[in-house]
Design a protein around this ligand. Structure first.
Ligand code: NAD
Length: 363
């Protein structure tokens, strides 16, 4: 097990444990678990039984101390109503500021449970236990919590760091190929935004992760999680531009996800958003042909299924990207690539460029 401890802007200490086959986490982190009066384990109703069994190996049950809350599947969990139901459940069962939420699941579970932890009694502690590949390299780390509103992604949310993130790659053994591929969409992003060493880890392991290779998955979780933690420690609130790199491909990706009405896995939407950003970068003259093809080949390696669920409605796309959190009043704002690891923000891209990138991304 590798452990990380980092301090965020508000001087709070945040910890992360990465590895495979961990057990009895409270014994390793007494400073977090001693004195906790109640624990609520939050998981999704669609999680396999093995997920709950593994979560209980990490956090052994204590009678009268453990409570369980189940969320609806995937994105259906990310609503204000679900956050309210979880908060009401905590209240009915006497949860206090000495209590703890443990969120064990994919990014939808960690986003929602983290959000509920941030509003219940103005904020109680929580532990993030990401169980998908995507959540272990991204969603389950960094303390951004969110719910969706009015058919758009992550419109209400908070920054609320988990006291601890536990990324145990043994969870990934039960993950279907479609979820490995979705996670690999975010993995490819790291190759485009990160330093050379991270890019080499991704390039070396990408096809093996898609095949479920355990050591390749563990190597990628270690490298990507460590990189994300470093960015979050320097720019927790996404203010200096450092953390924003993690959103490469996400402006278009979130629009595709919304336009598919929840039927496009997040990582596939991100992969298509990455292709959108690469095409727009090339068309704007920022990215040379060779660099474009090298980066685009990583997306090809994912062998994405057709994005049939995404409505081919360019006007709706324009409307969604103009309302993106990062647009800041511009007609549109995207992170574009100038080369491997070199990004720059561009505003008010011309419709002709956007249309070409939109069509290329959904091909
Ligand atoms: N907060 C952040 O910084 C951040 C970053 C990236 C993505 N996200 C969010 O994360 C969400 C996507 O997360 P996701 O890709 O994990 O999807 P998800 O949470 O929808 O989970 C996908 C599916 O995998 C199942 N699952 C979870 N663990 C499993 C396991 N070990 N074995 C078998 N099945 C398992 C779930 O039950 C679900 O059906 C999106 O809502 C996205 O917006 C948040």
């Amino acid at each position: 097990m590798k452990t990380f401890s980092y301090t965020v802007n508000d001087s709070k200490t945040v910890k992360a444990a990465l590895g495979r086959g961990m057990a009895n986490i409270p014994a390793d982190f007494p400073e977090i678990f001693n004195g906790v009066d109640k624990v609520c384990l939050v998981t999704g109703t669609d999680a396999p039984p093995s997920l709950r069994a593994r979560a209980l190996a990490l956090f052994p049950e204590k009678k009268g101390h453990h409570f369980y809350f189940w969320l609806p599947p995937s994105e259906k969990a990310k609503t204000l109503e679900q956050a309210g139901e979880l908060a009401a459940f905590l209240f009915e069962h006497g949860f206090s500021r000495n209590s703890l939420i443990i969120a064990a699941g994919g990014g939808a579970v960690t986003d929602l449970a983290g959000f509920a932890a941030s509003i219940y009694m103005r904020g109680i502690a929580w532990v993030s236990v990401p169980t998908t590949f995507l959540a272990q390299i991204d969603a389950g780390l960094g303390g951004k919590t969110a719910v969706n509103l009015a058919g758009a992604k992550n419109i209400a949310g908070t920054f609320h760091q988990p006291a601890l993130s536990v990324c145990d790659t043994a969870f990934l053994d039960s993950l279907p190929h479609s979820e490995l591929r979705s996670g690999a969409g975010e993995l490819v992003k790291y190759a485009m935004i990160g330093p050379g060493a991270l890019r080499r880890v991704v390039e070396k392991n990408l096809s093996k992760t898609l095949a479920g290779d355990k050591s390749a998955l563990t190597a990628c979780v270690s490298a990507c999680a460590a990189y994300k933690i470093k960015l979050v420690a320097k720019d927790e609130r996404d203010e200096s531009g450092l953390r924003e790199r993690l959103n490469f491909g996400h402006t278009a990706g979130h629009a595709f996800e919304a336009m598919a009405g929840g039927r496009l896995p997040h990582g596939e939407a991100v992969a298509r958003g990455l292709r959108f950003a690469l095409i727009a970068s090339r068309e704007k003259g920022l990215l040379g042909k060779a660099a474009f093809h090298k980066a685009d080949a990583l997306i090809d390696a994912l062998r994405l299924p057709p994005a049939g669920a995404v409505r081919r409605d360019f006007r709706q796309f324009l409307s969604l990207v103009s309302r993106d959190k990062k647009a800041r009043g511009a007609a549109n704002r995207f992170l574009l690539a100038e080369g491997p690891g070199r990004l720059r923000a561009a505003e008010d891209l011309k419709p002709a460029i956007l249309k070409k990138a939109f069509e290329g991304a959904l091909k």
